[in-house]
Design a protein. Structure first.
Length: 491
C-alpha cells in the first residue's frame, strides 16, 4: 500500500495510535514511524568546523586504541599483505577490482591506494589514520542522519560514539581498513531509514548504498529493509536506494558465479538459524552489552596466547546472565511505559542486530568460541560483533527514550530520564574498560624497525622486492607478508 510519494514519510514514531491511524494498514503505520523526513537545517561554517573537529578527535581516539607498538607503528594482516601490497605492485584497476575472501572490497581497496602514496616508512601511519578517520566520519554520519529518530544531541552521541570506541572488535576496528565494512553496515542501516529533503542528500545516500554493496556482500542482510521501504512508501529515493543495493550485490554474486571470486578454504558455511540464535544468546548479546574484556579468556603475557582458549571461568555464565538481565530490565521499563519507547525503531534495530550477526557466523561456520583452529592459526569473530553491538545500542536507546531532550543539565532532565542515564553510564564504563586491551596486534612487530631493515637489504642487493611481516609475532613465521618494491625504499 502506498503511503507517500516523495518524500517517503513524515510522521514521527509515537507510541500512541490516533483514531485516524486505526484505519490504516500495519504496513502503513510501521512505514510512517520508520521512514521519517529529515529535519531541514542550513549548513553553516560553524557546523562544518565542528564536524571537522569531531572527525579529528575521533581519528586521534581511534589510532590510540592499540597497545604494544601501537596502530601508528604496526601494519595488520590484510591491510598490509593485500591492500598495501596490491596497491604498490599492481595497476590501479587490477588492485581495486581484485576480490578478497569471496567478494569485492571496493572502499578498502580505494583507501589502500591512498595509503600507498605515503612513504613506506609511514605506511603504518597512513593505513591506521585513514581507517580511524573513516570510522570517525561514519560516526559523524550516523549522528547527522539519525536526527529524525533521535532528536536529542546527547542520545545521538550515544548511538554514534561507539563506532569509534566500540567495546568489541577492537583488534580490527576502528584502525584497520579492511574491516571498515562492518561499520559501513551500521551506517547503511541508518541511511535506509533516512529521508533527506535535499537533492545532495538523496544522491549521497544512493552513492553510499552502491559503494557499501560493492564493499561487502553482507549488505544482503539489509536488503529486506530496502525492499520494505520501496514497497511501503513508493518514493523515488527508496527505489534508487534499492536499485543501488541490487546493482552492487549483482556484482558480488556475479564474481562468485563466474569464479572471479571464491571462498574456497575460507569458511565452512553452516546454514543453521537455531545454532546462530544460540550463539547470539551466549555470545552475541552478552559481549555487546558488557564488552570483550570481562568475557573473553585472559591473555598469557609471556607469549600472547590465550589461556585455556576452549574453557571459560565460572563467572562467565554469571556475566552472560547479567547481560540478559540488563536487556530484560530495559524491555520491562519500556513495556510498563516508564519510558517513552520507540517500538518500531527498537524492533527493527534488534532484528538487524541478530540478522547481521547470524548471517556472518553462518557464512563462516565456526563456533564463536573457537579461538584455535589449527596449531597457532587463530580465528577471531569479534569483528562480527561490531554491527550487532551498535544496533543493540540503538535498540536500548529507543526503548529507554525519555519524554524530552535530556541535555547536559541534570536540573532540566525529565522525570523518566534515569533509565537511559543508567544505561549510558554502563555503556561508558564498558567502552572505557575495553578502550585498550591485549590482542594479537599488541604483539605485532614495529613497522618502522622492519622498514629500516628492508631498506638496508634493498640498498645492499639488486633484488626488486622485499617482504615485511604484517601481523603478530605470536604467529612465528606464519604472519602475512607485505611485498614492497625496492625502488620505493632506495629513493
Amino acid at each position: 500500500m502506498s503511503i507517500a510519494v516523495e518524500p517517503d514519510a513524515v510522521e514521527p514514531d509515537t507510541p500512541e495510535e490516533s483514531p485516524q491511524e486505526s484505519h490504516r494498514s500495519p504496513v502503513a503505520l510501521v512505514a510512517e514511524r520508520l521512514f521519517l523526513t529529515a529535519p531541514s537545517r542550513p549548513v553553516t561554517w560553524r557546523a562544518v568546523v565542528l564536524a571537522l573537529a569531531a572527525v579529528a578527535v575521533g581519528t586521534i581516539v581511534g589510532v590510540n586504541r592499540a597497545r604494544g607498538p601501537g596502530a601508528l607503528n604496526t601494519v595488520w594482516a590484510e591491510d598490509g599483505s593485500i591492500l598495501l601490497t596490491d596497491a604498490l605492485n599492481e595497476p590501479f584497476w587490477t588492485a581495486v577490482t581484485t576480490p578478497l575472501n569471496g567478494y569485492y572490497i571496493t572502499v578498502p581497496r580505494l583507501l589502500g591506494e591512498v595509503a600507498a602514496i605515503a612513504p613506506i616508512s609511514l605506511s603504518a601511519v597512513a593505513l591506521s589514520a585513514i581507517a580511524a578517520a573513516c570510522a570517525a566520519g561514519i560516526a559523524l554520519l550516523v549522528y547527522v542522519v539519525s536526527r529524525a529518530h533521535v532528536p536529542s544531541p546527547v542520545l545521538r552521541l550515544v548511538i554514534a560514539a561507539p563506532v569509534v570506541v566500540t567495546p568489541v572488535g577492537a583488534l580490527f576496528t576502528p584502525h584497520t581498513i579492511v574491516t571498515q565494512q562492518f561499520l559501513l553496515l551500521y551506517a547503511l542501516f541508518w541511511l535506509l531509514l533516512w529521508v533527506p529533503t535535499t537533492r545532495a542528500g538523496r544522491i549521497f545516500g544512493v552513492a553510499f548504498a552502491v559503494l557499501s554493496a560493492l564493499t561487502t556482500i553482507l549488505v544482503v542482510a539489509l536488503l529486506p529493509l530496502a525492499i520494505f521501504r520501496a514497497v511501503a512508501t513508493r518514493g523515488r529515493q527508496a527505489f534508487w536506494l534499492l536499485g543501488g543495493l541490487v546493482i552492487g550485490l549483482a556484482v558480488q554474486v556475479g564474481g562468485l558465479v563466474s569464479g572471479a571470486a571464491s571462498r574456497a578454504g575460507i569458511s565452512h558455511p553452516r546454514p543453521d538459524p537455531a545454532w546462530a540464535l544460540l550463539e547470539f544468546v551466549v555470545y552475541g548479546l552478552p559481549y555487546s552489552v558488557l564488552g570483550q574484556k570481562w568475557l573473553e579468556p585472559p591473555v598469557n603475557h609471556q607469549n600472547g596466547n590465550w589461556v585455556n582458549p576452549h574453557e571459560r571461568p565460572a563467572e562467565h555464565a554469571v556475566l552472560v546472565l547479567l547481560a540478559w538481565v540488563v536487556i530484560g530490565l530495559v524491555v520491562y521499563l519500556a513495556v510498563r511505559r516508564v519510558t517513552k519507547p520507540a517500538w518500531v525503531l527498537a524492533a527493527v534495530a534488534a532484528a538487524h542486530a541478530f540478522g547481521i550477526f547470524a548471517l556472518e557466523i553462518m557464512a563462516m561456520g565456526y563456533d564463536t568460541d573457537s579461538y584455535l583452529v589449527d596449531e597457532k592459526a587463530l580465528i577471531w569473530t569479534d569483528r562480527y560483533l561490531v554491527p550487532a553491538m551498535l544496533l543493540l545500542t540503538v535498540t536500548v536507546v529507543a526503548l529507554l527514550r525519555p519524554d524530552g531532550d535530556p541535555g547536559f543539565d541534570p536540573a532540566k532532565w525529565p522525570a523518566n530520564v534515569w533509565p537511559v542515564v543508567a544505561y549510558v553510564t554502563l555503556l561508558v564504563v564498558v567502552c572505557a574498560v575495553n578502550f585498550r586491551h591485549d590482542n594479537p596486534r599488541s604483539y605485532s612487530q614495529p613497522w618502522r624497525k622492519e622498514v629500516r631493515a628492508a631498506t638496508a637489504t634493498c640498498k645492499a642487493t639488486a633484488q626488486k622486492t622485499v617482504t615485511i611481516g604484517a601481523g603478530s609475532t605470536m604467529w612465528g613465521n606464519k604472519w602475512p607478508q607485505v611485498v614492497i618494491p625496492c625502488d620505493r625504499l632506495r629513493d
